[in-house]
Design a protein around this ligand. Structure first.
Ligand code: NBP
Length: 484
């Protein structure tokens, strides 16, 4: 009997997603370039599945393709970039018109669009599908962000809806949009994840360094926060991390304080910032999170600079309890700013590409399965429900109210980090984003535009008319109307 679906690429993600699919009752054929991983996957299926007969491993690609029901749907989970092209090249001669390939990797969205166009000429449908949640998510229910032709979505929707994480308002999957829309949304999701992680990192630093909280107290604080507005997977694992002891040294200290302060990055945060720059969408919280990773990697330089560059030595506050509440406010408000930036970037690109995106639904499918899953996403969904055209989450009535009530504590935390000389770049970048956005007139921008006209005759408009002017600032100071 033929399998419902196929999957190529049996590393961490592919193995787990394939097992998930079979567990939900869909027969699946699997293949991997090196056959040892196929053996591993089949062995896992024998051990983990109630009905291992639903899971068939193949070592020959032709046999693999021929084992799948037509029109075929084949999910690909290989390393993004050249391996995806190589896999497509191997598959295509074996496929027929009407078949479909779904790339589940973290692929650059324009690669998906290029492949989609090339394959459509051969009558093969192509989707780029973001898969979030790491190996646990893939195995037990990820957040899925499929993009591509409507017809392709329709044919795999019954499977995707079953294997996705399930939350109170449905499965964490919907058809994001055409072309590379799914990959794009997944990429921004990762950028937002950078922001969330950095913000929690800063909360930890402030509470540990200025608050003087012990790891046990910190575990309690994060556990408490996980019951309120900040309830999320990342806060939950942070509480757990605070409680894990160092079993290498075995000296009773907490592990997190022994970890080298150098943060890795795989590229999707960088892509998010490249996109923000290219589209002119201000995203300072996400930018500062990426910069924080780059700064962290300068470990040796920082250690040397510590001897040369002087600054205040942070003093521990006597107002521990008040600081905890202020930091909670700073974290929440900064998080709102970070999501406003990410959603605006998605929105802008959606408009430029005619993707017709549903931002509220995008927030909804992040509620389960993925790393940024959080209660908070319901608020975003509701905000876009109130107004799908919302220009910024900041001005949604609910968020505006929350930001107003959080800002005193938020300002106190940022002031404290400045005066004590510890770093909270994402807290402060978020606050300046908020303050710039809520200022109807920006004097610094008035001056910058004047400078541009002064040295480069770039022209300017005035606050009181719509005409375009140039002033001979450096000679007679006379202003001419250039146009309107
Ligand atoms: P990797 O990204 O580590 O890729 C390994 C897979 O790619 C193996 O199956 C490997 O086959 C195959 N492959 C390579 Br490498 N070069 C190939 C080629 N030229 N032709 C055919 N196959 C080739 O796997 P992963 O960590 O499971 O991730 C898969 C995708 O999912 C990636 O795009 C990743 O960014 C994304 N993702 C990962 C996570 C995560 O938590 N790991 C989360 C979300 C998304 P081989 O066995 O023969 O070498």
């Amino acid at each position: 009997e033929l399998s419902k679906i196929g999957l190529v690429g049996l590393a961490v993600m592919g193995q787990n997603l394939a097992l998930n699919i079979a567990e939900k009752g869909f027969s699946i054929s699997v293949f991997n370039r090196s056959s040892s991983k196929t053996d591993d996957a089949v062995a896992r299926a024998q051990g983990e599945l109630e009905d291992p007969a639903l899971f068939s491993g193949f070592k020959d690609m032709k046999e693999f393709v021929e084992s799948i029901e037509r029109p075929r749907s084949i999910i690909m989970l290989v390393k993004a970039g050249a391996p995806v092209d190589a896999t497509i090249e191997a598959l295509v001669p074996l496929l027929e018109e009407g078949d479909m390939i779904i790339d589940g990797g973290n692929e650059w969205f324009e690669n998906t669009e290029r492949r989609s166009e090339a394959l459509s000429k051969k009558g093969i449908m192509y989707m780029g599908m973001g898969v979030s949640g790491g190996e646990e998510g893939a195995r037990f229910g990820p957040s899925l962000m499929p993009g591509g032709p409507e017809e392709a979505w329709q044919s795999v929707a019954p499977i995707l809806k079953k294997i996705a994480a399930q939350v109170d308002d449905g499965p964490c999957v919907f058809h994001i949009g055409p072309g590379g829309a799914g990959n794009y949304v997944k990429m921004i999701h990762n950028g937002i994840e950078y922001g969330d992680m950095q913000l929690i990192g800063e909360a930890y630093d402030v509470l540990r360094t200025i608050g003087g909280l012990t790891p046990d107290q910190l575990a309690d604080v994060f556990t408490e926060w996980n019951k309120g507005d900040l309830k999320s997977f990342l806060i939950e694992i942070t509480a757990n991390i605070m409680a894990i002891k160092d079993d290498v040294a075995g000296d009773g200290s907490v592990l997190v304080e022994k970890v080298l302060d150098k943060t890795g990055a795989k590229g999707t945060g960088m892509w998010t910032m490249e996109e923000a720059v290219r589209r002119g969408v201000p995203s300072p919280t996400i930018a500062s999170s990426l910069d924080a990773r780059y700064l962290s990697s300068l470990k040796e330089e920082r250690v040397a600079a510590e001897e040369i560059l002087k600054g205040p030595t942070p003093a521990i506050t006597s107002e521990q309890k008040a600081l905890v509440e202020d930091v909670r406010q700073a974290l929440y408000a900064s998080k709102v700013c970070s999501y406003a930036q990410g959603m605006n970037l998605i929105k802008q690109t959606g408009v430029e590409n005619n993707w017709d995106l549903n931002l509220g639904e995008i927030a909804r499918i992040w509620k389960g399965g993925c790393i940024i899953r959080a209660q908070f996403l319901d608020r975003i969904k509701e905000a876009y429900g109130r107004n799908p055209e919302l220009s910024s989450l900041l001005i949604d009535e609910q968020f505006a109210k929350e930001l107003e009530s959080a800002q005193e504590g938020w300002r106190r935390v940022v002031s404290l980090t400045v005066s004590e000389g510890i770093t909270a770049p994402a807290f402060s970048a978020s606050l300046s984003y908020y303050d710039s956005y809520r200022r109807g007139r920006l004097p610094s921008s008035q001056l910058v535009q004047s400078q541009r006209d002064y040295f480069g005759a770039h022209t300017y408009k005035r606050l009181d008319t719509d005409k375009v002017y140039h002033t001979r600032w450096s000679s007679d100071g006379v202003t001419e109307v250039i146009g309107s």
